[in-house]
Unconditional design. Structure first.
Length: 155
């Protein structure tokens, strides 16, 4: 049996479960999607995502594989993996999820607000999946950490 139809069915089941869940707010929804990304990375791609800076490279490798799949559901993959990237940044800098208009766009999209800076991790994942290597996540993450500085201190 081919792996792609199995993986497609698994991801379809994950998508249905996530989309049918009731979330109290945007942050809870994004966290739910991020945890599903962690599970999928482990079970479907044999990669470990643990919300650490080091996991950015594993996420990028997963996106290469997802990007090569002809059966991908781009909207869902962007939500799943973009939520993980956003949660990684939100946790590191004690940020918050919000819906805001993407610069130059006309609709509100999820963004992570860190001390007044808005980051658009779902848009970054979209560009990684559609534009390829020049949109690698490590460069993006390094730029974010350089601009935002030290992580938040959590008691």
């Amino acid at each position: 049996m081919a792996l792609r139809p199995i993986l497609g069915k698994i991801m379809n089941d994950v998508r249905k479960r996530l989309e049918s869940a009731a979330y109290p707010d945007l942050g809870a929804m994004m966290e739910g999607y991020a945890h599903a990304a962690v599970d999928s990375a482990h079970s479907d791609f044999r990669h470990k995502l643990d919300f650490s800076a080091e996991s950015v490279d594993a996420l990028d490798e997963i996106l290469v594989m997802v990007g090569e799949s002809p059966d991908r559901d781009l909207d869902f993959e962007v939500r799943l993996w973009g939520s993980y990237l956003g949660e990684l940044i939100r946790r590191r800098y004690a940020g918050a999820w919000e819906m805001t208009q993407y610069p130059g766009g006309t609709v509100a999209v999820p963004a992570v607000n860190v001390r007044g800076s808005r980051l658009f991790p779902l848009m970054k994942v979209y560009r990684r999946l559609t534009a390829g290597e020049e949109e690698d996540l490590r460069s993006f993450y390094n730029m974010v950490t350089e601009r935002l500085g030290k992580p938040a201190q959590v008691n």
